[in-house]
Design a protein around this ligand. Structure first.
Ligand code: NAD
Length: 336
């Protein structure tokens, strides 16, 4: 019995594959490498290059590997790009996810762990954000994931699909072997570290008069290995007959942009210039998870709750891989 990991050449998916393989699970990876890296793959594991919406391919993988569950990371994940290219986001994140689900169910696969996002909540009306918080996404990326959540609910009722939809806050950090390499990089921690390493001249801080202790935005950072361990627990929960659930994954603790920069200065021992820029429309002051459901339902415990440890592992990976993964993107594939 194998676990199909879609998006397993991406940041979080590749760490998931590493953890599953270490735990002795059979894993098969499907990724079109549109935004991932061949260098993030484990050459010893089966890998299929293709899209999640390729029914024929998904069916073949299920049969060849006796797939019994799927962890679905594959998606486009740039909020800004989703505003200018909504069609690509709905097609890739929603339509292809539905095709994937249809083919999985046709092959008897009824356990599904889904990468959802706190972007499905939209502007918070209360913080910390629990799973009962209203969902009103403010961009097509958030909607593309919201729609998949609704498809999952309907497929649960109609076809007996059992799922855990994990609504992540901000993933960060690295393992010894795998880390974060996006092009372009929009996430704060890798950009702060790029500035520490001299690859960026400075870090932009968008907005300094938010109603937060130091005036900069507060976000909830969760270490990528903690995030992945929650997926392993979600799978065990489903294998044990658990019912479908929506669960937040966050630290439950917020850090401001300036706290991130100051912690990175300490960890790296480098000067990092911070430039104040105007606030970006639609950037909420605070996004912090109430992650108590993950602890209660999945028995999840974080190993790296401290920002310093999260940044330290990311820095170690960036020091060891100053250019990130080697460039292996072939011509003609979609690239942000
Ligand atoms: N990184 C975060 O902080 C964060 C926060 C919330 C949610 N998420 C979600 O987690 C998931 C993983 O995020 P990530 O940061 O690892 O992203 P990533 O871009 O590094 O990885 C996504 C992978 O999916 C692949 N992919 C995309 N569309 C595909 C398709 N149709 N078929 C096959 N492969 C495809 C890409 O090539 C890439 O390797 C995404 O679904 C994202 O929306 C991430």
């Amino acid at each position: 019995m194998a676990i199909l990991v879609t998006g397993g050449a991406g940041y979080i998916g590749s760490v998931m594959v590493e953890q599953l393989a270490e735990a002795g699970e059979q894993v098969v990876v499907l990724d079109d490498i549109s935004r991932g890296h061949e260098g993030a793959l484990d050459p010893g594991l089966p890998f299929y290059r293709g899209r999640t919406g390729d029914r024929e391919l998904v069916g073949r993988i299920c049969r060849e590997h006796d797939v019994d569950s799927c962890i679905h990371f594959a998606a486009y994940a740039y909020v800004g790009e989703s505003v200018t290219e909504p069609k690509a986001y709905f097609e890739n994140n929603t339509v292809q996810a539905m095709t994937l689900l249809d083919e999985l169910i046709a092959n008897g696969v009824r356990r599904f762990v889904f990468s959802s996002t706190c972007a499905t909540y939209g502007e918070p009306v209360r913080v910390p954000i629990d799973e009962g918080h209203p969902q009103a996404p403010v961009n097509p990326y958030g909607w593309s994931k919201f729609f998949v959540e609704r498809i999952l609910e309907a497929y649960d009722r109609a076809y007996g699909l059992r799922f855990v939809a994990l609504r992540y806050f901000n993933a960060a950090g690295a393992t010894k072997k795998r880390g974060e390499h996006h092009e372009p990089e929009t996430h704060l921690i890798p950009n702060v570290l790029a500035a520490a390493a001299g690859r960026l001249p400075y870090v932009s801080v968008f907005g300094s008069d938010y109603p937060t202790p130091d005036g900069t935005c507060v976000r909830d950072y969760i270490h990528v290995t903690d995030l992945c361990s929650a997926h392993t627990l979600a799978l065990s929960y489903l294998r044990g007959g658990g019912q479908s659930e929506f669960i937040n994954l966050g630290n439950g603790h917020g850090y401001s942009v300036m706290e991130v920069i100051e912690t990175a200065r300490r960890v790296t021992g480098r000067g990092i210039e911070a430039r104040m820029e105007p606030a970006r429309p639609g950037d909420p002051a605070r996004l912090v998870a109430d992650a108590s459901k993950a602890r209660a339902v999945l028995g999840w415990k974080t190993q790296y709750p401290e920002l310093e440890a999260i940044i330290r592992t990311a820095w170690e990976w960036h020091e060891a891989h100053p250019e990130g993964y080697p460039h292996s993107l072939p011509e003609g594939l979609p690239k942000a």
